[in-house]
Design a binder for this molecule. Sequence first.
Ligand SMILES: Nc1ncnc2c1ncn2[C@@H]1O[C@H](COP(=O)(O)OP(=O)(O)OP(=O)(O)O)[C@@H](O)[C@H]1O
Length: 311
Amino acid sequence: MTDLIAISGVRHAYRTKAGPLPVLDGLELSVPEGRFCAVVGPSGCGKSTLTRLIAGLMKPDQGEVRLEGRRVTSPRRTVGMAFQNPVLLEWRSILDNVILPLEIVAPRMPRAERVARAEELLDMVGLAGFEGKRPSELSGGMRQRASLCRALVHRPSVLIMDEPFGALDNFTREDLWQTMRDLRARERFTCVLITHDLRESVFLGDQVVVLSGRPARTQYVLDVDLPEDRTIDILYDRRAGDMLHLLRDQIRIAQGRDDPPAHTGSDLLPGSAAQGLTTPGAARDAGGPGGAPDGPARKTAPDGATRGAAR
Ligand SMILES: Nc1ncnc2c1ncn2[C@@H]1O[C@H](COP(=O)(O)OP(=O)(O)OP(=O)(O)O)[C@@H](O)[C@H]1O
C-alpha cells in the first residue's frame, strides 16, 4: 500500500510578539491510501497546525508534506475538510450547502448531477427529506452530518477532520461515529481525524498517532487491529480496553506527568498491552517516550516514534 500522506521532518514555529513559538518539531507521519489515521495529543500541542499543513493552508518552516506523492504547497481540490463548527450558510438550503464545493471544483457539472450526488450523500447520513431545510432548522448533530456530506461531495481522496464531533453530546457523537464508519466503507477516502476523545480514535482509526507535548513530534503510533465493520460494543471488549489504557498512558507521558497512573492496566485487564504499561517516569527511564522496551506490543520505529498494537 502506498502512503497517500507522507510527512517528514516537519518543523514549524509561529511568529508571535513574544518571539517564535515552536509548535512542531521533527514531525513524521505516514498514512497509507484508504487508511483512517486518528491523531491525539495534549491540548495546544499542534494538532490543528498539522491539519493546516496537510490541507496546504500553511507551509512548514522545515521538512515536507506530500499528498499523493506531490509536495503540498497550496490547497488541493482532492482534499475535503470538516471542523467542529459546521459553518453552513444560513441563506442556502441544506442541499445547496452540500453542493457548494461542486460549484467551485466542477463548475460545468450539470445541476441535476450535482443534486443527485448531494442527495446520495444526504441519504447515506440519514438526512433524506431535509434537503430543503435551512441550517438553523436542524439539530447540531444533523448540521454536522450535512457538513460531512459537503466535505465529501466532490469525492476528495483525503478527508481532514478537526474535532468534528467535539461539540456534540455523547449519544449523538456515537451515532455519528457509526455514520462515519458507513461513509468510509462506501466512499473509500483516506482520513486524518484530530480528536481529544480516545474512544473515538480507537473506534474510527486504523492507526492512532499520539503527538508529544509542544513542540510536537510523533510520540507513539498504535495499530488498531479491530474489524472494519466494528460496532460501538467493541469499545467494551478487552482488546479495545487495552488500547484505551495504552493510549491514556501515552497521553500522560505527552503531558509530562510523573504521577503514577490511576490504574496500571494489568490490575484491571488481562492482556499483553496492559502488561506493557509503565508510568511516564519509568517510560522515560527506560530510554524513550514510548517506554517499556520489552513490552510485547511495542517497537521503536526509525522516526523515533514507538509503534504498537494491542492484541
Ligand atoms: N496563527 C497563530 N499564531 C500564533 N500562535 C498560534 C497560531 N495558531 C496556533 N497558535 C499556537 O500554537 C499552539 C498550537 O496550536 P494548535 O491549534 O495547533 O494546537 P492544538 O493541539 O490543535 O490545540 P487544541 O488541542 O487545544 O485544539 C498553541 O499554543 C496556539 O496558541
